[in-house]
Design a protein around this ligand. Structure first.
Ligand code: MLT
Length: 395
């Protein structure tokens, strides 16, 4: 009889696709951070982009009420509450002046990351090529590879403000889709309408899909609002865009976002998801409606707070002789590694070992991220001040 403690008679192997993947960047960074904290060190976390502020009370209240309603305790299934999709359509119209059909052009997600990860399963055939701008949010690559697609990297350069050259894209052959992300994580670059217009024209001519991740749409500075690709005429023929409530409303842990745009792409995503999950917990959808109805002042306050931190941090870094461009959007500072360091891993390690500061090595966002380090603005001004003091000692 097996005791369950005997040695295995066979070994369990990860799949080849899993073996080919590196460990997920932010889990690894979190482990290093936890180990430092467990060792009693006062760690300043400039690693993962998770807002330090709590979710607004009116969203929590809406959730509490929704929890008391048994109607919200069942499977949410497919497209979720019509009221949520209508609220998203209203929000989108107000923010981008784009009309979306709530029934065919909007789909709620368990966070935008989930949707981005599932979409390729609905549109990519084995060995289909997908262009991926790099440095890139680490979740894109496995999304394509789990669908047996082939990632083709498109390096972004500081000299072109981390925007891809559409003429170069035009010269590339046989790809099925491109994934773009503006405002960009990690480079903090933004895209303008002429870029989107050129890309949409090319996509319609060549027949490729544009997947746009716009999770940071509301974290922008100096009053310059990033546009949506769906503002471009004809974009809905070729594009799907992903949005998130995480960063805008301090709701990272709640897991709620949406996809919108081309109805066929929405259908593909919906069909994949219907086989994998049972929708966004309905009480969270109700809380999402409350979030989208937030007074505009709250969002303005969020931007002002990050902008103040940004200016404070950038000035502090400059006082150390480290010249770093201020981000135009997102809460990420994307900096060339300081003099005296040879690569981004070495820099991040030195920051943690010698200054108790967690930062993300650029290499974690792909080869094109080497030579850079990413630091977040998701800590108080007081902590930023301490971080600058600590960096002064090691730089
Ligand atoms: C990041 O640090 O890049 C983000 O917080 C990760 C995410 O949005 O999943």
């Amino acid at each position: 009889m097996s005791t369950g403690t005997e040695s295995n008679t066979f070994s369990i192997d990860f799949s080849e696709r899993l073996k080919a993947l590196p460990p997920y960047l932010f889990i690894e960074i979190d482990k290093a951070k936890r180990a430092a904290i467990a060792a009693g060190r006062d760690v300043i976390n400039l690693g993962v982009g998770d807002p330090d502020q709590p979710t607004h009370p009116h969203i929590i209240d809406a959730m509490k009420k929704a929890l008391d309603n048994p109607d919200n305790h069942h499977y949410a299934l497919d497209a979720g509450l019509p009221a949520l999709r209508q609220e998203i359509a209203k929000w989108f119209q107000g923010r981008f002046q784009v009309t979306l059909n709530p029934d065919t052009e909007i789909y709620p997600l368990i966070g935008s990351k989930e949707g981005l990860a599932h979409l390729p399963l609905g549109i990519i055939n084995p060995k289909d090529k997908v262009l991926l701008t790099e440095p890139a949010y680490p979740a894109y690559r496995p999304a394509v590879e789990f669908a047996s697609g082939k990632v083709v990297y498109f390096p972004l350069k500081a000299s072109s403000e981390f925007l891809p050259d559409v003429k170069k894209i035009a010269s590339m052959k046989d790809f099925k889709a491109i994934i773009i992300n503006y405002p960009n994580n990690p480079t903090a670059a933004t895209a303008n309408k002429p870029f989107y217009a050129e890309l949409v024209t090319l996509a319609r001519e060549k027949g490729f899909i544009i997947v746009s991740d716009m999770a940071y749409s509301e974290v922008y500075y100096d009053g310059v609002k990033p546009p949506s690709i769906l503002e471009i005429d004809g974009a809905k023929d070729v594009a799907i865009e992903f949005h998130s409530l995480s960063k805008t409303y301090f709701m990272t842990g709640w897991r709620i976002g949406w996809a919108c745009g081309n109805p066929t792409l929405i259908q593909a995503l919906a069909k994949v998801k219907s086989n994998f999950d049972s929708g966004v917990f309905q009480a969270i959808q109700v809380a999402g409606i409350a979030a989208l109805q937030s007074p505009p002042d709250l969002i303005e306050d969020m931007r002002s707070a990050y902008q103040e931190r940004r200016d404070y941090f950038i000035n502090g870094l400059r006082s150390l002789g480290w010249k770093v461009p201020p981000p135009k959007a997102t809460f990420y500072v994307w900096a060339k590694i300081p003099k005296g360091f040879s690569n981004s891993m070495e820099t991040a390690k030195a920051f943690l070992d010698k200054a108790d500061i967690v930062a993300t090595p650029g290499l974690g966002f792909g080869g094109a991220g080497e030579g850079f380090i990413r630091m977040t603005l998701t800590v108080s001004k007081e902590r930023i001040n301490q971080a600058i003091d600590r960096l002064r000692k090691i730089l």
